[in-house]
Design a protein around this ligand. Structure first.
Ligand SMILES: *Cc1c(COP(=O)(O)O)cnc(C)c1O
Length: 371
């Protein structure tokens, strides 16, 4: 097939629309380069890096309007390692998990540990939502704010169960979708999605009840691998450090993004912007008979990861290959879902005009492929 050349006038200024790692703004990279010899290549136990971490923690506390007693805890390995950390050091006896896609399933798998009772799963078909249900004997309820593999966004409302923790995976939602932290005990995320940084770090906003739980379990005789010590992460975070050596660039880029968000109006601003950009995608998909939003319930459609099904006669790979040849990358669906689908990251770093141009570019490709 002859290659498709999208006219320059239709192309977005930046072609990165992935759902993670996602675009990092030029201003962040310029700021990183401007640190020269003062930050990268220096000790993470010395003032320049610890001051950076302290600034990041204060910025996140402000961005999330954290209630009294909540702490910003940092650890290495991303959200995936936070799951293992939670299984090792936060679940007391038994957890319950909403399982609505690949990421929420991975947390449930991590909690299927021999020292815990088998987790209680609340599953739904992909593309649909599910909710935790207060259950006797469950001491931790876990669900994703945004299931990145399917583009389903769930409400964040505390599970009314005395003494149990509400633990929310905010990985792709954090920094783009507003949330009330008093409705949860742990909001954890990796920073390479909406937070526009690099991978390898996890951040957890923790309530006093969650901190107390971690400290209590650490004081028992349960064996907790050192790298998965949540108590250790809490103690290090209070000193603006991590248990082992972090990627300083990741911390710096994240701090830049947090301050950019604060300067623009914080989470309410970010939330309005991702609502606008994701609505552009969903409205477009609803208008075109070749397309359909994958998530049928509009109330569950993600603001930050918009999934769109394509007519079976148009292979998604032909569309994404043509886009990639024109510099528009990473709009393929989540591989393991195996659907004929596009998945568009409408993270806060993606301006509405870029989304409009992306949709014009996709229209151009679809018209050529369906001629
Ligand atoms: C990407 C993602 C993860 C995994 O993050 P890693 O940094 O790769 O561990 C977990 N949960 C959600 C919702 C995600 O989008």
């Amino acid at each position: 097939m002859a290659s498709i050349e999208i006219p320059k006038s239709l192309l977005p200024a930046d072609g990165r629309f992935g759902s993670g790692p996602s675009r990092i703004r030029d201003a962040q990279l310029d700021a990183l380069a401007a640190t020269g010899r003062t930050l990268l290549g220096t000790s993470h136990r010395a003032a320049p890096v610890r001051d950076l971490v302290a600034d990041l923690q204060a910025g996140l506390a402000e961005l999330y309007r954290l209630p009294e007693g909540y702490e910003v805890v940092l650890g290495l390995g991303g959200a995936s390692v936070f799951w293992d950390t939670a299984a090792a050091a936060l679940v007391e006896h038994r957890s319950q998990h909403v399982v609505i896609g690949e990421f929420s399933r991975k947390f449930a798998r991590a909690a299927s540990a021999p020292w815990l009772a088998a987790p209680d799963l609340r599953e739904a078909e992909i593309g649909h939502g599910a909710a935790c249900v207060p259950t006797e004997g469950v001491d931790l309820y876990g669900w994703p704010h945004n299931e990145t593999s399917t583009g389903v966004q769930l409400p964040v409302t505390r599970v009314p169960a005395d003494g149990a923790l509400s633990v929310v995976d905010g990985t792709s939602a954090a920094g783009g979708t507003d949330v009330d932290p008093s409705q949860l005990d742990v909001y954890y995320f990796s920073p390479q999605k909406n937070m526009g940084s690099e991978g390898g770090l996890w951040v957890a906003l923790m309530s006093p009840a969650a901190i107390e739980r971690a400290e209590r379990i650490a004081a028992t005789d349960r064996f907790i691998p050192q790298a998965l010590s949540l108590d250790g992460a809490i103690r290090n975070s209070r000193k603006h450090q991590t248990i082992n050596t972090p990627a300083i660039a990741t911390l710096f880029l994240l701090d830049q993004q947090v301050h950019w968000l604060l300067g623009n109006g914080g989470l309410p601003w970010a939330d309005a912007r991702t609502r606008e950009t994701s609505d552009l995608v969903y409205d477009w998909a609803e208008r075109d008979p070749r397309l359909a939003p994958f998530v049928s319930d509009p109330a569950l459609r993600s603001q930050v990861v918009a999934t769109v099904d394509l007519d079976e006669r148009i292979p998604a790979a032909a569309v994404t290959d043509a886009l990639r040849a024109n510099g528009i990358v990473d709009v393929n669906g989540y591989r393991k879902l195996g659907r004929n689908q596009l998945r568009i990251g409408t993270f806060v770093a993606v301006p509405p005009e870029d989304v409009r141009q992306l949709l014009r570019s996709i229209d151009y490709v679809l018209d050529r492929l369906t001629d």
